[in-house]
Design a protein around this ligand. Structure first.
Ligand code: NAD
Ligand code: UDP
Length: 340
């Protein structure tokens, strides 16, 4: 196929794994990333793993002129849009930055795509859009009611996409709602490397295992779950990346016109199960202390992944053990994360 796939946020955690899969699948890619939450070194590692080059543009989705010139100079067939800010707690402290970066940035991107007549898009949404759905299993038609600013930015973008599609049927959009992506590429060359203190469970556990942090605070053990700790639908990053390749194929072929699709395994695990599994693969003790619940946390939620199976012919392959194994492989080979 002539032309490239533009990947915004492609040096980030999910973007880097997806970029590698796309290169391996034979696509030409262009990564656009402002490196606000990733490192330039990721680019070289992707190239090395793929044994293939690609263009990297240090740029920002809020920069209209830059987008205009990218779409004018390059032949782009589709966009996979990962770029965004994603820390739930920060989004309450910096709402303006979150709305600006996520909503205004996305709007800018979609406007320039429309002007350039590029109307194929895979968008990174989040299970956060479901908010507190009242029952643990989330189907794509579960009502959307995000309870934090981050989730609200994702819902606004989803709504914008619904409106765009309604006004212009030529658009082809797959909106992926990720549950809890974890793990790393099995080579240990790329992985999740949060800047500052991690917000999420798996990077915290990995950093404790490598000795960068002392202990984990477990946020509550009195939930209505089998062991009392919160349960989530963790999904291996390689499964997530594969689902993007499948989604891209569907929209490029025109098989899917507009769809919201959950990406999860459908099988939740508790905090204590994650700790135990990580300990067994790393042979490291993870010291932890039970503390009070984190504000806004739910006891459990997980995906109904059946639509992804039916539409994308995709199903998560990897279990919790493999997720922990690859997280540990990445962390132990890169104790301080990416260097540059
Ligand atoms: P990440 O922070 O590792 O990657 C996002 C990338 O976007 C970073 O490299 C960052 O530098 C870049 N970026 C941010 N703002 C930008 C801008 N204005 N212009 C250009 N580049 C910009 O995050 P991730 O975990 O890879 O997440 C990717 C997407 O998936 C995000 O939109 C996130 O909200 C969504 N998501 C992530 C998770 C998760 O648990 N990781 C869950 C649900 C949804
Ligand atoms: N969690 C925890 N201690 C931490 C971070 C997370 O006990 O330091 C728990 C959290 O309460 C939830 C699970 O681990 O039950 C996953 O949390 P994460 O923030 O990774 O994902 P989210 O809650 O956003 O789905």
């Amino acid at each position: 196929m002539e032309g490239s796939i533009l990947i915004t946020g492609g040096t980030g955690y999910i973007g880097s794994h997806t970029s590698l899969k796309l290169l391996n699948a034979g696509y030409e890619i262009i990564i656009l990333d402002n490196l606000s939450n990733s490192c330039l070194e990721v680019k070289d590692r992707i190239k090395k793993l793929a044994n293939k080059g690609f263009q990297f543009i240090n740029g920002d989705i809020r920069n209209t002129n830059q987008l205009k010139s990218i779409f004018k100079d390059k032949k782009i067939n589709a966009v996979i849009h990962f770029a965004g800010l994603k820390a739930v707690a920060d989004s309450a402290i910096y709402p303006l930055e979150y709305y600006e970066n996520n909503v205004v940035g996305s709007l800018n991107l979609f406007k320039e795509m429309a002007s350039a007549n590029i109307k194929s898009l895979v968008f990174s949404s989040s299970a956060t859009v479901y908010g507190n759905p009242g029952m643990p299993i989330c189907k794509e038609n579960t009502p959307l009611n995000p309870v934090n600013v981050y989730g609200k930015t994702k819902l606004i973008i989803e709504d914008i996409l619904r409106n765009i599609k309604k006004a212009d049927p030529e658009w082809r959009i797959i909106n992926l709602r990720y549950f809890n992506p974890v793990g790393a590429h099995p080579s240990g060359m790329i992985g999740e490397d949060p800047k500052g203190t991690p917000n999420n469970l798996m990077p915290l556990i990995s950093q404790i295992a490598i000795g960068r942090r002392k202990k984990l605070l477990v946020f509550g053990d009195n939930y209505n779950t089998p062991d009392g700790t919160g349960r989530r639908d963790y999904i291996h990053i390689e499964d997530v990346a594969n689902a993007h390749v499948a989604s891209l194929e569907k929209i490029l072929k025109g098989d899917v016109l507009h769809m919201d699709i959950n990406l999860g395994t459908g099988k939740p695990y508790s905090v204590l199960e994650v700790i135990k599994t990580f300990e067994s693969v790393s042979l490291k003790k993870i010291p932890y202390e039970i503390t009070k619940r984190r504000a806004g946390d739910l006891a459990e939620y997980y995906a109904d992944p059946s639509l992804a199976k039916n539409i994308l012919n995709w199903k998560a392959k990897f279990d919790l053990r493999k997720m922990c194994l690859d997280s540990w492989n990445w962390q132990s080979k890169n104790p301080s994360g990416f260097i540059n």
